[in-house]
Design a protein around this ligand. Sequence first.
Ligand code: 4H3
Length: 226
Amino acid sequence: MRGMRFDVLTLFPEAFQSFLTTSIIGRAVAAGHIEVVLHDIRDYSTDKHRKVDDVPYGGGAGMVILCQPLFAAIEAVKALADDHAPVIYLTPQGLALTQQRCEEYVEQRQLQRMILLCGHYEGIDERVREALVDEELRIGDYVLSGGELPAQVLMDSLARLVPGVLGNDASAKEESFSLALGRAQEYPHYTRPAEYQGMRVPEVLLSGHHAEITAWRLAHVRQGRD
Ligand code: 4H3
C-alpha cells in the first residue's frame, strides 16, 4: 500500500510545525510514508487586505470565515492531485473519531488522500459546508478554538496505521487487536529496572514464558471508561 497524502487548509500553518517534525510523525514524513501539504487559506483571499473573515449575519459573537477564500482554496487543492480526496471538516458537530473509523479509512477504503479543513473563530460560512464538505469529524465532545489540533490528532491516528510508519510493525496491529475486543484497553507495561523504590515488576514478565505472559496480560487488560 502507498502512503497517505493530507492536504491541510488552515489559517495557521505554523501550528503544524512541531507535529510534522517530531518523533514518529517526523520520521514518517521524512521517509515518505505520509505526505502533508499545508495550505494557508489567507493565500486564496482576493481581498486587497487579504481579509478572510467577517461578522455573522443576524449578529452574535465572533467572526465567520468567508466563502470566497474557502471555495478558492478547496477547488485549487482538489486539482493538485489526481486522487479523489474527500473534504473533511473538523467540527464538534461531526462524527466521532474512533479507532474503528481510523482502521476503515486506512484499510477498508484504501484511502490515499484527504483534504482537511480547519476552521477558526466561530466557524465557516454554512454554504462551504453544504457545497464542498464531504464529511465532518470530531475528535471528542468539547469545543476548541480551531480545527488544527483535531486535524493533527486525525493524522496521527491514521499515520500509525500506515504500513512502515511504526518501527515495530506489530505495535499498531497489537493495539488494534486489543481495541477490537471493546473500548480502548491496554495491559500494563514495565521496563527496566525490575525494582524501583521498592516497587517490583511482576515476576511472570521477567520469566520468558510467553504463554504465561500472554495469559497475565489478558488478565490485566484495562478497559477505557467514560
Ligand atoms: C473540532 C473543531 C472541536 C473539535 C473545533 C472537535 C473552531 C470548529 C470553529 C473549530 C469551527 C468553531 N472544536 N471536538 N473547533 O473535534 O471551525 O468551533
